[in-house]
Design a protein around this ligand. Structure first.
Ligand code: AFP
Length: 324
């Protein structure tokens, strides 16, 4: 099996970027170890702090954030860092070529129940006309990402990565400490009979999205004339991993009862990197109206609605949103 670095070299990824990816993955190996230790390493449970979005921070969230931040600050390759767990951007090395954003542990409600969680990350080129300490470093569309990936801490630790070419999947060989290529090119089937959505939000959706889900639930008897299955992980990284692995549609639509904050998922370090992985695996990733990767961001913690996965199913869903 091929190791990660030779794969990146073969894809003609520039050496500086390879070194940066290596740094992120070294931090993730450490996170994987701590996650695997579970209750034995006394890292489960909550701290008393809240992050900028008012969510209680879990101990492992804080540790993972610190590990990634420290290693990126030391690497000399990163000019600016943004994280779900940091209120504002962190200036790193002046003149360094890249900026990095990450969600250190996506799906933190799964931490204490030994469920799937993961680290999502994205890399862009630094802007020379913007100071390192400015949030404007990140006002770049998702199409500008030079690398997007996640490390999923499940029964095995897996890395999904794209540097602009195909989305590839690697598995961490814990005996050797290296990532081995296990799926050369992820390829999302265009059609599906599986959807992922938090059904407890049913009464908060637009009429178009409610109509779409209702038609899926009608199965063979409805207009879609297909029996659909549902899966919901509570961690976007795990749900999108399933979609990348066998197809499906993942939806986190707007909540129409919360006009002040209709969307839940974050554009910079959740939607954009996963959208790039999905598109480079022949899938489609939209909000309720537009391609996620084409959004000009307004803020590092901006939220967007997310509908991604099998192309035909995403198109069906978007059709309901247009006509209702
Ligand atoms: P956390 O990382 O704060 O646990 O949030 C996870 C997440 O952003 C995303 O990964 C899930 O799909 C979504 O939230 C689940 O949220 P709900 O349980 O509120 O639907």
């Amino acid at each position: 099996m091929k190791r990660l670095i030779p794969c990146l070299e073969q894809d003609n990824v520039e050496i500086e970027l390879i070194l940066l990816i290596k740094t992120i993955l070294t931090a993730c190996k450490e996170i994987s170890f701590r996650v695997g230790q579970g209750a034995l390493s006394n890292v489960l449970g909550s701290t008393l702090d809240e992050n900028i979005q008012g969510e209680t921070q879990k101990k492992l969230d804080i540790i993972s954030n610190q590990l990634l931040k420290d290693m990126l600050l030391e690497s000399g390759k990163v000019r600016t860092i943004a994280s779900e767990e940091e209120d504002s951007v962190v200036a790193a090395t002046e003149g360094a070529p890249y900026i990095v954003a990450f969600d250190p542990l996506d799906g933190s409600s799964n931490i204490d129940i030994n469920g799937q969680i993961g680290t999502i990350f994205t890399i862009y080129r630094a802007k020379d006309d913007v100071p390192a300490e400015s949030e404007l470093q990140f006002s770049q569309k998702g199409t500008e990402q030079v690398c997007a990936g996640y490390v999923l801490y499940g029964p095995s630790t897996m890395l999904a990565l794209t540097t602009g070419g195909p989305s590839r999947l690697y598995t961490l060989d814990k005996t050797q400490g290296c990532y081995l290529l296990t799926t050369e090119q992820m390829d999302i089937p265009t059609e599906t009979q599986e959807f992922a959505v938090n059904m407890s939000n049913f009464n908060q959706w637009s009429s178009g999205f409610t109509h779409y889900i209702n038609d899926l639930l009608l199965g063979n008897e409805g207009t879609r004339a297909k029996k659909y299955n549902m899966r919901w992980n509570g961690a976007m990284v795990g749900d999108v991993h399933r979609v990348l692995s066998r197809g499906g549609i993942f939806c986190y639509p707007n909540d129409i009862k919360k006009p002040e904050q209709p969307a839940k998922l974050r554009l910079l370090y959740e939607a954009n990197p996963l959208a790039m992985l999905v598109e480079n695996a022949n899938g489609k990733a939209f909000t309720e109206q537009e391609r996620i990767l084409a959004i000009a961001p307004s803020h590092i913690h901006q939220r967007v609605a997310v509908i991604m996965g099998s192309t035909q199913e995403v198109d069906e869903c978007l059709g309901y949103l247009k006509t209702n």
